[in-house]
Design a protein. Sequence first.
Length: 887
Amino acid sequence: MPQDTLRATIFSKRGDVYDAEALHRDYITLWNSGRFDNIDLTREPGQTGWIVTFIVTERPVVRTIKYDGLKSITQSEVLDRFKERRVTLTPESTYDRNKVQRAQVVLQEYLAERGRQFATVMPELQPFPPSSLNIVFKVDEGPKVKVGKIDIEGNTVYNDRLVRRAMRNLRPIGIPMSIVAENLFSRTFDSTKLDEDEQRVVQFYQSKGYFTARVTGQSVNIVDVGGGKFRLPLIKPNRPGKNANISISIEEGRLYHLNTINFVGVKLFRTPEELFPQIFRMKQGDPFSTERLQKGFDELRKLYGRFGYINFLVEPEPEPIPGTDKINLTLRFDEGNQFFVRRIDFSGNTTTRDKVIRRELLIDEGDPYNTDLWRLSILRLNQLGYFEELKEESSVDMKTDNNNHTVDLTLKVRERGKNSIQFSGGISQLSGSFVGFQYSTNNFLGLGETLSLSSQLGTRTTDVSFGFTEPYFLDRPMQVGFTVFMSRFNFNQAREASVLAGADLIPLYNSLGSNNLLNYVSNTRGFTTFLNYPLKRSFQRLGISYGYSIQNVRTLTAAAAQYYDYLNFQQINGPSQNSLEGIRTSSITPTYAYNSVNNPMTPTAGTGLQMSLQFAGSILGGNVNQIQPMIDFRHFRKGFKTGHVIAMHVLARYVTGYGGKVAPPFNRFYMGGENDVRGFNMWGAGPWAYIPNSSPVNILNTDGSARQQKYVDPTTGVTSLVNATQNIPAYQLVFPGGDTNIVANFEYRIPIVGQTVTLAPFFDAGMNRISNKSQLKLNPSRISELNTAFPEAAFSDSAVLAPGTQIIRTSTGIELQVLMPVFNQPFRIYWAYNPTLVQEYLQAPIVADRSYFPNQASFINSLSIFGQPAPLFEKRSQFRFTIGRTF
């Protein structure tokens, strides 16, 4: 340390009058700085006065701190524990023996908590010239101590298993109530947690009515275990180690029952003797349960909080009646005063306007403070998704004025990124090869408005959409908005079959002839506008939406043209018009929604229910007649451990036409992929069917060569030889989609890194079936035409369902979810295994028998084309990645 710094530290200055007391004070100041091992103070006469000299021995500076042999605890955990225990031993600090000893003790205690009671920690000082040193803590962790046997003595009412179950810290890990598998894994022994478990044992008895139960003693015996020949990996590795056998003695006492409850100091309620027993759920003669008593106190605090009594206190006075099993309970109330809200302010909202936050609050300035309404207000704000998760207590600064009985509330928010810009590209099941751009903001200009623009260009699909939502139209709680969209879908039957079969089937399908494949391109454009309104002071909303779209289908093959032209779907534009052009859907959809889900991005609690009934008809200006009811249910609740979330989802929907028309094939349901049943290909899990048709087939000579015939070109008059063909009846394989779709999803979400990284085991099940076969009937004129040409075929007007393709599909697996701040959506990687799936060959009915052909060779040739089974082998497992949530 420079001399000038030391001179500035002491109070004595050159030229001062010599003062021994002042020099002693300076000596103490230097010593208390903690920078010196020794200080000597000397004086000698000079020409004009005394020359005072402080002779110091500086302490070395700590350069590095290392931990050799430390395995059970990471260095970051050690630093966190040092910070918690206020151990100030850090690099570049002055060496202090006391700090080193303090760090040694804290580290040894930490190891003991991790089951290393026999660990030794020895600090070693390594000089580092010229005036520094390195500190190395030599750690010998020793054997890990596990919890061995837990014996309970003195218990007669409850057996050892039930009492041990109350010891959450030290009881074995296993399957509760399973007897055999209840003690699978031993916990690490921590002596500091034994006292906590003793209190839990007492609480267990008192919750059952044994009010005077107590722990009378405990003992811990450390024994050597393991090292034998018998080993069972994971469950019983049998490594040498130490076990802590625990013995706890208890005195159960007698079972007490409630005799009377007296309420003292109650002013807010006139008849507490009638109201409060219902809150505590105990009546005269019931076992006196401290657990129910505590829950009753919590309910009382909520009850008084609804009326603004925020300083409410209640003190219980249980009095056992000597010589009996009765307890008289007296509850002394200190209600305090009713508080009113004087002011509500906000902090941290740099973009979001105050009015956007204020309109979600159910409490106004001047109202009595209400804890329930404040809790619901926080929930409503979390549902917006504008802010990081708000907590009911930690997110608000509450300042009370006890003289005027008012409270000032300052809500502290931290805004999330409101804008999301996403560029994407690659290969997906739905879009094929694609590039995409998406921009969205959920808080446009800080007014709570939602604006979205997206476009995706792919070989299979092209989608462009623009949407806007105003949550408070004209400053009233009416949500209005619109979406304008355009889409294109290119369907190729050979490509889709290859995806479903997990193999390249394009050569096989090409052998059928391109005109026999179901290939088409669909183009759609339209808009949707909506309005909904909340029911007062609830999570329910009623709404209505109107949508209009125009769709055109361009068939690429003769089979596709016949499929769409001859379905009863042709009645859309009338018998004389092309049913594939100008498909106008004008629909109105009333909706009901209930949403108490606490966060749109990372929900942990709440329920969401949405019901709608879409009605499309000619009366609304379209030419599509269809009705589509839908129910979508979501539920989230706490899991088995803190932070874990149980998530459930059920979707049910149905579509049908009416008035002699059927729903367009494009409006039917297609299941499979990351949005519903994750283990299957996108839109690949559904029913398959066969429809009657006719198709040309080559005629062969008896030797198998192609029979040729003369053909005269009508325009040029040139004569040439072409293959001879004839039309035969056949069934065409189609993927019509279902009219009834039910999907159920279950996830158990385990946070790995806060709410950013989550591991989620899942189970999906889905049914996509054709319940109303009348919606897949062919046009009667087409059936009559086919049966006239081929009377032996005896075609019916209904499609023939492929057996086994309507089964319930199930999928289970595990998913890693990473919340991406840039996308405001989770990036997901999942592996799925499919217990139930379809793996078989689809055999079309053969209606063209030998009598249709001039020889056996032609008949066999037709069988090789139209009688060959089509493979449908859904994959047993899938490994995929995507962005977004299933629900």
